[in-house]
Design a protein around this ligand. Structure first.
Ligand code: NAD
Length: 456
């Protein structure tokens, strides 16, 4: 029996508040073996019945949603009300929406010579590796379509936020057959071992681009299927006709939600020079008024950064902007208290070479960048190795939609950003990833195509 464990830190204090069992490589072997053993029966279970299991999981989560939200808020740092009404509610909605999906059988030809059908079949054992920003919701995004498609799953949450995922799996396992869904907690080495493991057929990964590359390399010798949802550095472009008082609240929410720790948050805000100062001041006022604090205080709107490394990075990016002459209209320095607190920060007068513009900040610091001409703004927005999301803000929907299509990214929004739908594909281009999640498009990534050709 392995008794090793690791500490889980409360980001609001910086102190350990719980211990989590640490899985060994030997346990990975026995867990993958259990998932393989469970696979044939689960794959042969009719999809309607697998869907009923997903609905039963949603019902089970619903009965535990308050305690799950408390655990999530404690280990991740987000305010309790956003953990409950935001992340857990979305996890329920996504589980139920996924349960309604049915992969089609395509009929390509049916004539005197042949009938050609295209069927979709499960892949086998899916490894899921998740990050620390939305540990319950992203686990649901991986697990539910994988299970619906007829695969079995081994999930490894981030070692920063393992507890809410382990709890989610425990709840789901009240209704699932043994071995169908398994969880192991550990650090990157365990994830790397999963990406190399010959008993795993696919890896679905959400996290940084660097780790995605390492997983791809690890998976190469065994030719695993891969879905990689990687980093983003999304640009939003605000056109000169955008009504500032109308768009400011939404832009603010879409940049700072989850304290900026969202893959598809607005991370670079290009604003036409005519309205730049007005929008900057509006956003700065909102940032100054925002309540940053521990997740368990009712008045808190924004929690701390989730971990020390991310906190240090945000401090460095602010420092770099300062040395380059950046003007801080709100925030700019860490709060003088325990935990990983950084205030909501608006910085202007930096150019595109500043680290806070070039790098994904993944934290509550938003650079505003002045532009003169929209072609120039689009070129600057697209001059990034990332391509997750992007947006155009304008009173003219027709013009904005035309410009949105010129953004080099997986999702382009008009007068919105980072709003996802369980039916619309979501994924990155360029270094933001390979493949998509959600809807039939995402479900297809958990299945292989089989052509059946019947000669006549
Ligand atoms: P990370 O890459 O550091 O870690 C993610 C997971 O990978 C963790 O479980 C970690 O333990 C594991 N891991 C680390 N090294 C590994 C290795 N060599 N092999 C296999 N697994 C390994 O990412 P993070 O810091 O947890 O998350 C933040 C990043 O995730 C940001 O870049 C963010 O943009 C990205 N993200 C992307 C999406 C998306 O949908 N595109 C969504 C959320 C977050």
């Amino acid at each position: 029996m392995n008794a090793a464990s690791f500490g889980v830190i409360d980001p609001a204090t910086g102190a350990e508040f719980a211990r989590c069992p640490l899985a060994t490589i030997a346990e990975l072997g026995s867990t993958v073996a259990a998932a393989r053993e469970a696979w044939p029966h689960w794959a042969a279970t009719p999809i309607d019945e697998r869907a009923r299991h997903l609905e039963a999981i949603a019902a089970a989560i619903e009965t535990e949603k308050d305690s799950l939200a408390r655990l999530l808020s404690r280990e991740q740092g987000k305010p309790l009300h956003t953990a409950a009404a935001g992340e857990i509610a979305a996890a329920l909605m996504w589980t139920r929406a996924t349960a309604t999906l049915r992969p089609p059988v395509d009929l390509l030809q049916d004539d005197a010579t042949a009938r050609i059908e295209v069927h979709r079949k499960p892949l086998g054992v899916v490894a899921s590796i998740t990050p620390w920003n939305y540990p319950v919701l992203i686990a649901v995004w991986h697990i539910m379509p994988a299970l619906l498609a007829g695969n079995t799953v081994v999930i490894k949450p981030s070692s920063y936020t393992p507890l809410s995922t382990l709890r989610l799996v425990e709840i789901a396992n009240r209704v699932l057959p043994r071995g169908v869904l398994n969880a192991l907690a550990g650090e990157g080495g365990l994830g790397q071992a999963m990406s190399r493991h010959p008993g795993i057929d696919k890896v679905v990964f959400t996290g940084s681009t660097a780790t995605g590359r390492s997983i791809m390399a690890g998976a190469a010798p065994t030719l695993k299927h891969l879905t990689l949802e990687l980093g983003g550095n999304d640009a939003a472009i605000v056109l000169e006709d955008a009504p500032v008082e109308k768009v400011a609240a939404k832009i603010f929410a879409k940049a700072f939600g989850n304290s900026g720790q969202t893959c598809a948050a607005i991370k670079r805000l290009y604003v036409h020079e005519r309205i730049h100062d007005q929008l900057a001041e509006d956003l700065a006022r909102r940032a100054r008024e925002a309540r940053v604090g521990p997740g368990d205080e009712a008045a808190t709107q924004f929690g701390p950064l989730q971990n020390r490394a991310q906190f240090t990075l945000v401090c460095e990016l602010a420092e770099d902007a300062r040395t380059r002459g950046g003007r801080f209209l709100a925030g700019g320095r860490p709060l003088d208290r325990a935990g990983y607190f950084f205030p909501l920060t608006i910085v202007t007068d930096v150019n595109d070479d500043a680290r806070v513009v070039k790098e994904e900040q993944f934290g509550p610091i938003l650079p505003l960048l002045r532009y003169h001409d929209v072609d120039e703004a689009l070129a600057r927005a697209n001059a990034s190795e990332n391509g997750l999301g992007g947006s155009i803000w304008s009173a003219n929907l027709e013009r904005a939609s035309r410009l949105a299509k010129r953004l080099e990214c997986g999702t382009a929004w008009v007068n919105d950003h980072a709003t996802l739908s369980p039916l619309a594909p979501f994924g990155g281009v360029k270094q933001s990833g390979i493949g998509v999640e959600f809807g039939l498009y995402g479900l297809g990534e958990y299945m292989s195509l089989q052509t059946v050709r019947i000669a006549r």
